[in-house]
Design a protein around this ligand. Structure first.
Ligand code: SAH
Length: 346
């Protein structure tokens, strides 16, 4: 696999251009082209420079090979990478802008029992440029004049972002760089299954992204039934790390809680959540389980989801049920890729 030019910051691109004996302004042309989602071969630079770059760098490291459009405006993409691996992403349209969900790894090694991304384990980390290029190509598709196509980004696709820490942090720096696509960290949410030491590290980076933690249970024993990572880090340690993150960044944190029938949505669970979270600067985002065939876990009805939310709000928590978008286009969280790998005709 060749290198990924989108891994580089503008300053690094400048050094590269100079080291190839080119004038500095070529770096700007190159950078502007890349940030518009262009292939190297389509950027207006001298052919000698193009040729030398293409010897070492991928022309198109992330390519959309399939798009599924929902009646609600949501679009799902299957991307291919230059080594033949595939990942998926989603663009959701809201009143305030377009939110893109990106993947950070091919597969995942966290092993959560409800999740399709982890079925085949971790294949490899994505480079920072492969994460960025997902946004660049989708942004290019949806930009209109000066209006950016992608205004918000969530790291909630395949993979555990904090298990690919260095590349994810580089991605966050590069996507929020002023001369590039310039998505502010405040418009970016990073979702983690709760890798506690990495949450402390992230708090030091000076990148105030929204921190989202997948909780899904109220006790460590219960959590360990569906999330193996619970054997390594306790809920108590997670809460302390979140409090530290809030102290450092001033950002309210969010807990994701996917409702699984018979597993985590009784009145006791609602009370357990209230006991854990009451008075903390956080929000609970209830997610309706996307049933993954191989997993055998069941979703709850909308009525049950809203009753659970009501119990939380009655108990003093801030909670909402996540709007379900794109339900007519092949589920969520790795299901598109899993279907593709199984040879389903999507
Ligand atoms: N690795 C990160 C990002 C995962 S995807 C994390 O663990 O947070 C974002 C959210 O979707 C997580 O809360 C994850 O637990 C949840 N999720 C995964 N599969 C799901 C499914 N089939 N139904 C509902 N939520 C799911």
């Amino acid at each position: 696999m060749k290198n990924v030019l989108q891994d580089l910051s503008f300053e690094q691109l400048e050094s590269l251009t100079l080291s190839l004996g080119e004038k500095k302004f070529r770096a700007k042309q190159l950078y502007d082209g890349l940030m518009r989602g262009k292939k190297i071969s389509d950027i207006n630079i001298p052919s000698g420079l193009k040729k030398r770059l293409l010897e070492s760098y991928e022309d198109e490291p992330v390519k959309i090979i399939k798009t599924l459009a929902s009646s609600d405006g949501t679009e799902k993409y299957l991307f291919s990478l230059s080594d033949g691996n595939v990942i998926e992403g989603v663009l959701m349209k809201y009143k305030y802008g377009n939110t893109q969900c990106v993947s950070t790894q091919v597969g995942c090694r966290m092993g959560c029992k409800f999740c399709a991304s982890t079925l085949g384990g971790l294949i490899r980390n994505l480079t920072s440029g492969e994460i960025l290029a997902q946004v660049l190509v989708v942004n290019a598709l949806h930009s209109r004049g000066k209006l950016r196509g992608v205004t918000n980004v969530v790291l909630m696709g395949s993979g555990e972002p904090l298990d690919n820490y260095a590349n994810v942090v580089t991605f966050l720096k590069n996507i929020s760089a002023a001369g590039g696509v310039n998505v502010s960290p405040r418009n970016i949410s990073l979702s983690t299954c709760g890798l506690v030491p990495a949450i402390y590290n992230l708090a030091q980076e000076g990148l105030p992204v929204n921190l989202t933690v997948s909780l899904h249970q109220t006790t460590d024993e219960g959590r360990a039934r569906t999330m193996p990572i619970a054997k390594k880090y306790s809920i108590d340690e997670i809460l302390k790390a979140c409090a530290h993150y809030f102290e450092k960044t001033g950002r309210r944190y969010i807990f994701e809680y996917s409702l699984i029938a018979g597993e985590n949505c009784s009145a006791e669970h609602a009370q357990g959540l209230i006991n854990l979270l009451k008075g903390k600067p956080c929000h609970v985002n209830l997610i309706r389980l996307n049933e993954v065939e191989e997993r055998g876990l069941k979703a709850v009805s909308d009525r049950q989801a809203y009753a659970f939310m009501q119990a939380l709000t009655d108990g003093g928590l801030s909670a909402s049920v996540r709007r379900s978008l794109g339900a007519d286009i092949a589920g969520a969280c790795g299901q598109l890729r899993a279907g593709y790998l199984k040879g389903e005709n999507l």
